[in-house]
Design a protein around this ligand. Structure first.
Ligand code: UDP
Length: 493
């Protein structure tokens, strides 16, 4: 890796959500490996969570730091300590969280004024449009880091412009996305707020600001790779200038310690976890995890557990801390679930070392909620998926996995999950059947596995020296250098 850029200082600002902080921290790592100085802006509690990953890089002599700014959660009525979207008890509070995030512009501007060396650019995730103003104030370029695929960006753009929602009379009418080579259909009930005409004024306001700021940004960084979605990358390049695909960024984690420290401290001893996986046959284990934000009710969790039990494959099942209620704990022990699956089922309540698990050869299938990071991590590991989209843009990702990449099986949900859902939307039988289809020995299952394996190999190649994403990171750095020269010339003339 080069060290010719050693004086360049990149400022990275993620939205305080695991699905933004984690990939931006991975990306920061890739940048420092190119010889840059990188500062990541976050809050005190998030700094503690990600400390191990940063310390690891600092110890290796790389110039990286995480700078905490006080998050004004209480000023907007959020509880003290609510510094990450995974601490929100309901998605209704997301609006307040965005307001608090925007209030960070004051301490951020103060910080930039004091930082040495002066930052040469801001790279911030799409959900922080106000960072565009901050960049302009300091006369440095801002690049948007997209945490979703080019497929989703392009399709949602087409859907908004074509006013297809006006043609949708009911929530369940399927509508075909026009002008793309794949047959992709959605119903209104599956679409995220950003493409639904029913968005509330508050949400609409944020979406409009994101779009405006994106138009003013110098470029777009997409956490994907050119070879994964060539039509959609090209399509986005026709709509936006300077689109660089720089992922999958999770592949920067090569060592055991890097994979186990990623995102948070794992709720399981990683060595035990690997030993457990080592004791299983290759491609035999199902890994079930639903990201960092989902709220899953007790009845639904029970159906997931029973589906995993009935399918007879070994499994690792992550129950997110917020969903791990006294009720579920009681069920696991008193109704002897844990005892019944002893030796073949590993339950992790809390945070799992996802990339470490997915990259183990014993994992043969990923039951996922289709968050973009998880989707891409599944692709990178070459693992076929069982798709269970819940909210946000996850139905786009499901369509991408099933109809574009053809490496998955749907669990069969038709509508977005409501946060206070008490009924189980998906019954144990659907869980079992979808898993058996993915893990099966039929021709279709074998072809799916082979396609997934090839995509995983291409992902690794894209990130290697000379690969497409590696080259795109170099192009981004060169662009920052050019912008810096241009800025100096302008200020001296
Ligand atoms: N993740 C993890 N362990 C967990 C849960 C999640 O490492 O127990 C990571 C996962 O690898 C991914 C991120 O958290 O990088 C979740 O992002 P995604 O976009 O998949 O979903 P979201 O959390 O936004 O729903």
């Amino acid at each position: 890796m080069g060290s010719e850029f050693h004086q360049l200082h990149f400022l990275l600002v993620p939205l305080m959500s695991q699905s933004h902080i984690i990939p931006l921290t991975d990306f920061a790592k890739l940048l420092v490996q190119h010889g840059l100085i990188v500062s990541i802006i976050t809050t005190p509690l998030n700094t503690i969570r990600h400390k191990a990953a940063i310390d690891h890089l600092v110890q290796a002599g790389l110039k990286i730091q995480m700078i905490p700014l006080q998050f004004p959660s209480q000023d907007v009525g959020l509880p003290q300590g609510c510094e990450n979207m995974d601490a929100l008890t309901s998605m209704e509070l997301a609006k307040d969280f965005f307001v608090a995030s925007e209030m960070l512009h004051v301490p951020l501007e103060k910080l930039i004024g004091e930082l040495e060396p002066k930052p040469n650019c801001i790279i911030s995730t799409n959900a922080l449009p106000w960072t565009q103003r901050v960049a302009q104030k300091f006369n440095i370029p801002r690049y948007v880091f997209e945490t979703i695929s080019c497929f989703t960006l392009l399709c949602s753009g087409i859907m908004s412009r074509a006013n297809v929602l006006d043609d949708m009379v009911s929530d369940s009418d399927p509508i075909l996305v026009p002008d793309i080579p794949h047959k992709i259909e959605f119903t209104k009930a599956q679409l995220p707020e950003s493409t639904r005409k029913t968005s509330s004024d508050d949400i609409q306001g944020i979406i409009d600001q994101i779009k405006q700021a994106q138009k003013l940004a110098r470029g777009t960084l997409a956490n994907t790779y050119d070879e994964l979605e060539p039509f959609y990358v090209e399509g986005l390049r026709k709509e936006r200038e300077n689109v660089w695909c720089i992922g999958p960024v999770s592949l920067c984690n090569k060592e055991f310690s890097e994979k186990s420290n990623r995102g948070s401290k794992a709720s399981i001893d990683e060595h035990f976890c690997i030993k457990w996986l080592d004791s299983m046959k290759p491609n035999s284990v199902i890994y079930a995890c639903f990201g960092s934000l989902c709220h899953i009710s007790f009845p639904q969790l029970k159906e997931i557990g029973l589906g995993l039990e009935e399918c007879k494959f070994p499994f690792i099942w992550i129950i997110r801390g917020h969903n791990y209620s006294a009720e579920i704990e009681k069920w696991l022990s008193e109704e002897r679930f844990q005892e019944r699956v002893e030796g073949r089922g590993l339950i992790i309540p809390g945070w799992a070392p996802q990339v470490l698990i997915l990259s183990h050869p014993s994992v043969g299938g990923f039951l996922t909620h289709c968050g973009w990071n998880s989707t891409l991590e599944g692709v990178s590991a070459g693992v076929p998926m069982i798709t269970w989209p819940m909210f946000s843009e996850q139905f786009y990702n499901e369509n991408f996995i099933i109809n574009v990449l053809e490496i998955g099986v749907r669990i069969g949900v038709k509508v977005r999950m409501k946060s206070a859902e008490e009924e189980a939307m998906v019954k144990r039988d659907s869980v079992k059947k979808a898993i058996e289809k993915v893990m099966g020995e039929g021709e279709e299952a074998k072809r799916r596995r082979e396609r997934a394996r090839k995509l995983g190999k291409k992902a690794v190649e894209a990130m290697e020296e000379g690969g497409s994403s590696y080259k795109n990171i170099t192009l981004l750095i060169q662009d920052v250098v050019q912008q810096d020269i241009l800025g100096r010339e302008l200020s001296s003339s």
